[in-house]
Design a protein around this ligand. Structure first.
Ligand code: DHK
Length: 130
């Protein structure tokens, strides 16, 4: 499962100098293309709502997804609720960010979900997804 958080529905228009010119659909298509040879099935979701992201994490658990790639966007920096859901689903989750969060505002340097994810990739634009 690929899970995208708030404002990522606006990629393409949103601060393209930071997030790139691709739309979220472009990025999902690119990710599917890049991972074709692995034979993985991808389901991608985006939500601007914290609770919906949590519900999707439980769905990934209930439907036995092998893993989750999550860009929790701004929620990465403060959502203890998403952190707790990741910790409780016991599915490997990989945290991704299009931009390099450590090269930006200080409030973005900290991610509260990193400690419960298996790893984090940040700063390589759409390359972080596949
Ligand atoms: C996306 C966001 O929306 C920001 O709130 C994060 C992340 C960074 C990204 O780079 O993909 O700070």
């Amino acid at each position: 499962m690929i899970l995208n958080g708030p404002n990522l529905n606006n990629l393409g228009k949103r601060e393209p100098e930071i997030y790139g010119k691709d739309t979220l659909s472009d990025i999902i298509e690119y990710t599917k293309e890049e991972t074709k040879s692995l034979g993985v099935e991808i389901e991608a979701y985006q939500s601007n709502h914290e609770g919906e992201i949590i519900d999707l994490l439980y769905r990934a658990r209930d439907e036995k997804f092998d893993g989750v790639v999550i860009n929790a966007a701004a929620y990465s920096h403060y959502s203890i609720a998403i952190r707790d859901a990741i910790a409780s689903v016991e599915i490997p989750c990989v945290e991704v960010h299009l931009s390099n969060i450590h090269a930006r505002d200080e409030f973005r340097h900290k991610s509260v979900i990193s400690a419960v994810c298996v790893g984090m990739i940040s700063g390589f634009g759409k390359l972080v997804y596949p």
